[in-house]
Design a protein around this ligand. Sequence first.
Ligand code: TYD
Length: 191
Amino acid sequence: MQGLFITFEGIDGAGKSSHIDTLAQALRAAGRQVTLTREPGGTPLAEKLRAMLLHDAMDALTETLLVFAARRDHLRVVIEPALARGDVVLCDRFTDATFAYQGAGRGFDLAVLNQLDLMRNPDLTLWFDVPPEVAAERLAAARTPDRFEAEGVEFFTRVARGYADRAAGATQRFARLDGAQPRAKVAAQML
Ligand code: TYD
């Protein structure tokens, strides 16, 4: 079997994480080996970088370099070997998140991001699109916010626009799901 690389994207509060397990179960039931992973993170080194990214103060360049360092390790240690085995890799966030959060959200230079983006593209990206106001309501009900979740609606409006721009630039790869629908409907659409 050929490996398949599927990423899950959307602003914080879009609800994507709850759907990853559903898709993993469906794929396993269909006889596929599934590797479930996330970014930033997915390896011991990248998880350490994740903890810094989510909680330590830093500027946009440092943030961007740490995200790509984590991604490089994750690709080499987990994603590439899994794809070579023929697994389906389900990854909670990937490079599109960097363009949306560091690029559109923080205003970091997109040309520099493009230069740093030497990584492979996913085969398919499931984009959970929800209005920032809806996502903000969901987040408010959730746990203690990290550095990103603590940002305001204006930040997430820019991030959402960043995702829309990425989707418009790669229509073959992006599948948009209306994340404001009831969870069961979103899951059905995803499957
Ligand atoms: P998230 O999937 O929201 O984790 P959790 O559901 O456990 O909170 O990811 C953590 C945060 O990292 C999220 O707010 C977006 C941010 N992020 C970036 O800013 N750039 C990136 O390249 C990636 C992968 C994530």
